[in-house]
Design a protein around this ligand. Structure first.
Ligand SMILES: NC(=O)c1ccc[n+]([C@@H]2O[C@H](COP(=O)([O-])OP(=O)(O)OC[C@H]3O[C@@H](n4cnc5c(N)ncnc54)[C@H](OP(=O)(O)O)[C@@H]3O)[C@@H](O)[C@H]2O)c1
Length: 279
């Protein structure tokens, strides 16, 4: 039935301009490309300054240049920072180092966006790849969130932590990637409840299939997706606009929540795993 879909849901105006985040500063992990870069762009368009972080100097510098050329003169600042979230034991120190160069002298939003997907499923994945995925997606996010929470409490900052999950965080899991996203859903609920008494709002956004190099290495393939009721993949800017709402005052009564953006694929019904084990 889905294959009969004639039209795609149109792609909207990419980034909404607003003042929802005026005067705030966000640290975004994995912001050198994909959804992280789009979040940085939408935060800047909403009045926030951003710290674009990533593990590769060249890619971070490229993203900073791109964002500066677009938003320079809008009263917002863009700085770059090297941050490899797989180095869990040094994340507290790294967070402290980055906070010293933060625009407006503070970080009041952390977006845990960085993640990797590799190694395949239950029947194929090797121990090294499994550990690398869990170490990056889960352990890194856990300890960076703790560093941010301690910093916000110590500096009396009523801030936000936004985790980027995946719609697969509700679907049957046979890969390290999907398991890491299930775990992050639990962490979002747990931190949402535990940190709200300090005025720190924790939520998550869970994209469905989105047009980035993670699932679409060849951009020329286009964004059509007949398996989706919307007829296409999401684009990063759509995820990014929702991120603005969730870390703004408009999202304050969302606490420990996960906002799914699946284009109608659902979270339990869309079988993106069409995968037979080879044991
Ligand atoms: N695309 C989708 O269909 C989809 C669907 C659901 C959820 N998501 C989630 O959305 C988020 C962003 O993914 P994306 O689609 O934008 O993928 P992407 O284009 O591959 O971007 C991932 C980003 O994470 C960074 N990264 C990877 N490992 C890192 C590490 N150890 N330390 C710091 N940064 C690291 C990458 O940096 P490098 O430049 O160094 O590689 C890259 O900037 C992820 O959490 C992903 O799970 C994506």
């Amino acid at each position: 039935m889905l294959n009969k879909l004639k039209k795609q849901v149109p792609v909207p105006i990419p980034v909404c301009k607003a003042e929802l985040l005026k005067g705030r500063t966000a640290l975004i992990t994995g912001a050198s490309g994909g959804i992280g870069l789009a979040i940085a762009s939408s935060f800047l368009a909403s009045g926030a300054s951003v710290i674009v972080s990533g593990r590769n100097r060249e890619r971070v510098d490229g993203a900073v240049r791109q964002l500066k050329s677009k938003y320079d003169g809008d009263g917002v600042k863009v700085v770059g920072a090297l941050l490899d979230i797989s180095q869990a034991s040094s994340l507290e120190e790294s967070f402290a180092r980055i906070s010293e160069v933060a625009p407006h002298g503070k970080i009041d939003i952390l977006v845990n966006n960085a993640a990797i997907m590799k190694g395949g499923s239950f029947d194929k994945v090797c121990v090294e790849d499994f550990k690398e995925v869990i170490n990056t997606n889960l352990t890194g996010t856990f300890f960076l969130s703790r560093a941010a929470a301690k910093y916000m409490v110590a500096n009396k900052i009523k801030g936000n932590i936004l985790n980027v999950l995946s719609s697969s965080s509700n679907r049957p899991a046979i890969s390290a990637y999907t398991l890491s996203k299930w775990a992050l859903k639990g962490l979002t609920r747990g931190l949402g409840k535990s940190l709200i008494e300090y005025g720190i709002v924790v939520n998550a956004i869970a994209p469905g299939p989105t047009a980035t190099k993670m699932i679409l290495p060849d951009e020329s393939a286009g964004i059509s997706c007949c398996a989706s009721p919307s007829g296409r993949l999401a684009v990063s800017e759509e995820i990014a606009n929702m991120a603005v709402v969730l870390v703004s005052g408009m999202g304050r009564m969302c606490v420990g929540e996960v906002v799914y953006m699946t284009g109608g694929c659902g979270t339990l019904t869309y079988d993106d795993m069409d995968y037979k084990l080879d044991l």
